[in-house]
Design a protein around this ligand. Structure first.
Ligand code: FMN
Length: 157
């Protein structure tokens, strides 16, 4: 059995960390992509993304269907949006059955919300065993330190 690292990344921070975790764990990776494009600049970036979280949107994923039966461990990564996980993760949660999987969580943020985000994710998978969680503050700004931290965490899972 093996590990899947599944994440959404809007601006590359979660991807940076997710790729290090996957490499360390020799895991497969799926970067969730949506047909809906969020604005990438200015006020609209926070407005539309934040609104999408508050309205509980589940944007359509355009990834190929993931065969979760191959994995016993799933590491889920998200940027923190409006104090929660990003909407594509909500899409993932509703589209996939995670029965029996061990789950680890990682999140990237600009300064706050990780605790709440992790507890919401745990609520979304009440039957699963959680084996670890870690948050990073804007890892792209300090990529070497963040990569080392991510690799250490992943190696101990
Ligand atoms: C729509 C939106 C909402 C955000 N909300 C929060 C927030 O509530 N708390 C926070 O600390 N950072 C927030 N951020 C900042 C991101 O979590 C942070 O920049 C993260 O590193 C981005 O990861 P990414 O590059 O993988 O997309 C928000 C960013 C966006 C675009």
């Amino acid at each position: 059995m093996s590990t899947l690292v599944v994440f959404f990344s809007f601006e590359g921070n979660t991807k940076l960390v997710g790729d290090v975790i996957a490499k360390t764990m020799k895991a497969d990776t799926v970067e969730l992509k949506t047909s809906k494009q969020y604005p990438t600049e200015g006020f609209g970036k926070f407005f539309w993304g934040g609104k999408s979280v508050l309205f509980g949107e589940k944007p359509q994923l355009i990834n190929e269907r993931i065969d979760l039966s191959k994995y016993d461990t799933v590491v889920i990564g998200t940027p923190i949006w409006a104090g929660s996980f990003a909407p594509p993760i909500k899409s993932f949660i509703t589209q996939y059955k995670m029965e029996g999987k061990r789950i680890a969580l990682f999140a990237c943020h600009g300064g706050g919300g990780a605790k709440k985000c992790f507890s919401k994710l745990k609520e979304a998978f009440p039957e699963n065993q959680f084996i670890g969680e870690i948050a990073f503050v804007e890892p792209k700004k300090n990529s070497e330190v963040s990569s080392n931290e991510a690799a250490k965490w992943a190696s101990e899972l």
